[in-house]
Design a binder for this molecule. Structure first.
Ligand code: ATP
Length: 379
């Protein structure tokens, strides 16, 4: 294990901000800390960097305890949202800054500057002044500068946060490739090990090998992007990943597993109820995944409702439907293929919900009201 965080606690003014965080990062892995504003991501990153003292816990790097090690002795690199470049120096001077501090000789500095600029897509930019560059180019320079000394861990705090949406999307696709290639270039064949902070789910998925979803100073779930997406454990994680069809219910049958909900009795999963902490309690939460709906009903899990909205998204369309009690319906959203032709808005419709796209969640705070509230922003 390259980086190990063990039971990290931190309070500010008596207010706990980190409450017992334990995480591991293996060599070459990109760990993304994902969570809403204020959940403690930046504080954790600063603690890893040694810029913030922790109250309790331990940090190890390659089995060495570095909890009390001075930041400059950790040999970690940083990339922040505000690029923190020297505006009146040129690109090469900015990238070379850390190398000079480490007393590299000039030919070696020049070679490394050329290599990392080419890696971040800025080959030939050496003599350009920083103030002439766009925001995206400046962030590439900041990335090149932090990679140049071949840090043993790269820490990135919302590095794309200041960029406009289109540029962010482009850079986030590129960034993962840059981190993976950087390892080979810098003599770390397993890839650059990195911890990356963001509150943006799409960015986390695009960049991460492993995502840790944080909430109120704790890690709520950790896993590779695809397994988090396939198996969110709690209502909070499901919602944060953009899946908002969460209903409370109670188990009325165990084989097949049937849960009574506000929109009717729904069969769940492959028909068998797994034992375990989730299902010990008769009342629970379920997630109906956005891809669960089949238009025009079916034999299993048929639900009736009113079509409230259709949002065209190219390869698929998102429908908003009001289901259940007509006076107090629940608003849910589903994705359907674009080829499915739908009746006019406000028509009554029948859907069937695929049991294999419905799953149990660990108990949480979510209720039908919250489904509607979140229904505006998520699917
Ligand atoms: P964001 O995405 O908004 O940056 P975050 O998840 O990174 O949020 P932190 O910046 O780690 O969260 O902050 C967590 C909490 O700790 C916040 O309530 C913040 O106000 C508080 N906090 C952070 N640094 C300090 C400090 N130096 N002194 C007092 N409180 C602080």
């Amino acid at each position: 294990m390259q980086l190990e965080l063990e039971n990290i606690w931190k309070s500010f003014d008596g207010q706990p901000v980190l409450r017992g965080i334990s995480l591991d990062v293996v060599g070459g892995e990109v760990l993304v800390l994902l969570g809403p504003s204020g959940c403690g991501k930046t504080t954790l990153l600063r603690i890893i960097a040694g810029l913030e003292a922790l109250d309790n816990g331990r940090i190890r790097y390659n089995d060495q305890d570095i909890t009390q090690l001075a930041p400059y002795k950790r040999n970690f690199g940083f990339v922040f949202q505000d690029y923190a470049l020297f505006p009146h120096k040129n690109v090469a001077q900015n990238v070379a800054f850390g190398l000079r501090m480490h007393h590299w000789d000039k030919p070696r500095i020049d070679q490394r500057v050329t290599e990392v600029l080419s890696l971040v897509g800025l080959a030939g930019y050496e003599s350009r002044p920083i103030y002439e560059l766009s925001g995206g180019e400046q962030q590439r320079v900041a990335l090149a500068r932090s990679l140049a000394p071949a840090p043993r861990l790269l820490l990135l705090d919302e590095p794309l946060g200041a960029l406009d949406r289109a540029l962010r999307e482009r850079l986030m696709l590129e960034l993962r490739g840059i981190l993976k290639q950087a390892g080979g270039l810098l003599g770390r064949p397993e890839g650059m090990t990195a911890v990356y902070v963001t509150h943006d789910q799409a960015e986390a998925f695009a960049i991460a090998d492993k995502v840790a979803v944080m909430r109120d100073g704790r890690v709520e779930q950790t896993g590779p992007p695809h397994s988090l997406y396939r198996q969110p454990r709690t209502p909070f994680v499901a919602r944060f990943l953009g899946m908002a069809n969460i209903l409370s219910g109670e188990i009325v049958s165990r084989s097949p597993c049937v849960v009574r909900t506000e929109i009717g009795d729904l069969q769940i999963g492959d028909g068998r109820l797994e034992s375990g902490p989730i299902t010990d309690s008769p009342s629970l939460n379920i997630l109906i995944r956005p891809e669960a709906a089949r238009f025009a009903g079916g034999e299993v899990n048929e639900v009736h409702g009113r079509l409230q909205d259709i949002s065209f998204r190219g390869r698929y369309q998102i429908i908003t439907v009001a289901l259940g009690d007509e006076t107090q319906p629940l608003t849910l959203k589903f994705e359907l293929e674009t080829a499915v032709s739908l009746p006019p808005i406000q028509s009554s419709i029948r859907l069937s919900l695929d049991p294999s796209a419905i799953q149990l969640l660990e108990s949480g705070e979510q209720s039908g009201e919250a489904v509607e509230r979140w229904g505006d922003t998520a699917v």
